[in-house]
Design a protein around this ligand. Structure first.
Ligand SMILES: [Zn+2]
Ligand SMILES: [Zn+2]
Length: 229
């Protein structure tokens, strides 16, 4: 409450460099220009590539369960900073900025009927106090009007943090990690998450959603890490 009041009366500061920002987006022009946008990426998994309009070799060999992933940024430099602060330092204002940057990438894409944030296991939710994916989905809802369904799926078991595992163990770690526990709405869903690295987590949730009758699943992530399988 108090921080909201302070936000309203003080001039906006850039969330990246703390210099004055020209609008409530809270990003200065310099940082807005130099963020690592994911302009050229795989048309399937959004993995950064050197040119656009291509599907990476990994997706050609092992097509994912989801239909298309969209990522606004590459997971490095200032983008990585914004996401780590959102995830581990409770900087929830970063969610609004990241959602706005993502929203700028949406024109030209068919919009889903509902957004499903990647659920956290209740134990991790207790540790962190909030689910950053749900915070992002709420901000995207304000921009698009697309409803958020955070109750249809749950983590069915506690999994190790994907970032802490060697590559060979990532896929097995999330296998059967999700279950559908509520009624699903619509036929076209976007899974919302902060960052996508190997993609195994969102692909597993997409697999479960499709098995439960969803026809089309897009992945909406704020940032995409480069990943060489
Ligand atoms: Zn700045
Ligand atoms: Zn790909």
């Amino acid at each position: 409450m108090l921080s909201r009041f302070i936000d309203a009366i003080l001039p906006a500061r850039c969330l990246v460099c703390r210099q004055p920002a020209q609008d409530r987006l809270a990003l200065c022009a310099t940082c807005h220009n130099k963020l690592p946008y994911n302009d050229t990426a795989c048309g399937s998994c959004a993995q950064p590539l050197s040119s656009t309009g291509m599907v990476c070799g990994h997706c050609q060999q092992y097509p994912p369960h989801y239909d298309q992933a969209i990522a606004a940024l590459r997971y490095k430099d200032e983008a990585r900073q914004l996401i780590l602060e959102l995830k581990f330092q409770e900087k929830l204002r970063n969610a609004r900025l990241l959602a706005k940057l993502f929203h700028d990438r949406l024109p030209g894409h068919q919009l889903p009927e509902v957004m499903v944030p990647v659920p956290l296991h209740p134990r991790r939710l207790r540790e962190r106090g909030y689910n950053q994916s749900l915070e992002l989905a709420r901000e995207l809802h304000k921009l698009t009007g697309i409803p958020v369904d955070s109750l249809c799926s749950q983590r069915s078991r506690y999994t190790e943090r994907q970032a802490d595992l060697p590559l060979k163990d990532k896929k097995g770690n999330v296998r059967n990690a999700f279950e559908i526990t509520g009624k699903l709405f619509g036929k076209h869903v976007a899974i919302v998450d902060d960052v996508m690295t190997s993609g195994h987590t969102v692909d597993e949730l997409a697999r479960v959603l499709k098995k439960s009758g969803i026809d089309k699943v897009d992945i909406w992530v704020m940032a995409r890490a480069g990943y060489m399988p």
